[in-house]
Unconditional design. Structure first.
Length: 201
């Protein structure tokens, strides 16, 4: 089933304090800190990227999920452009490696890999909404996903300035980081990001 994904992302300088605040506000840990490995697939000519779509296989702990995301119909999106809104269709799969092989036969090859440690937080107040804390190789970020009014209320309760929120994907954040650091990394993985940056003259 396809669902509208509405979210905002924000940098988190102190993950421990941020998550303590979530707990104080009544959030509970839905999924404990778990390693996550994501591979985006595309054609060699990057046809999906040109249409602002993604095709992804995610390994989250022992679970594999295949996801497609595309742009939302402007008529159904929130009136404010400050939210990231995508149409997301996903399902779990039994064998991620087999699905990757199928993608290869169909002409979809690995285009970008990103890793993180994710902790998921939920609130009994709005069961469909949640907060995730992602520890990535280039910093920690939180994502608030749910109805726009819930996102705004949660930001207020967390005492977070909405101006600090972003809609960048991890791919975009990685490219900005590469530009600022001169890193030769091609993927947002802990091993590649830890490699030394290119020497500059």
């Amino acid at each position: 089933m396809a669902n509208a994904e509405i979210e905002l992302k924000l940098p988190v300088s102190d993950p421990q304090a941020f998550q303590s605040r979530l707990r104080d506000l009544g959030f509970y840990t839905q999924t404990p800190r778990t390693f996550e490995h994501n591979t985006l697939y595309d054609t060699p000519s990057r046809e999906l990227r040109s249409r602002t779509e993604i095709l992804r296989i995610r390994q989250y702990g022992d679970t594999y999920t295949v996801t497609h995301k595309g742009l939302a119909d402007p008529k159904s999106a929130p009136s404010s452009s400050r939210y990231k809104v995508r149409i997301e269709t996903e399902t779990t799969v039994a064998d991620g490696a087999a699905l990757a092989s199928i993608f290869k036969h169909l002409g979809y090859l690995p285009a970008f890999i990103y890793e993180k440690y994710r902790t998921e937080w939920a609130s009994a107040e709005v069961p469909t909404a949640h907060v995730v804390v992602d520890e990535t190789p280039i910093g920690t970020y939180a994502e608030l996903e749910g109805p726009p009014e819930w996102i705004d209320r949660t930001l207020l309760l967390l005492e977070i300035d909405p101006a600090t929120c972003i809609t960048d994907s991890y791919g975009t954040l990685f490219l900005k980081w590469k530009k600022s650091t001169g890193s030769p990394a091609e993927n947002l993985t802990f091993a590649e990001v830890a490699a030394p940056a290119l020497a500059t003259s």
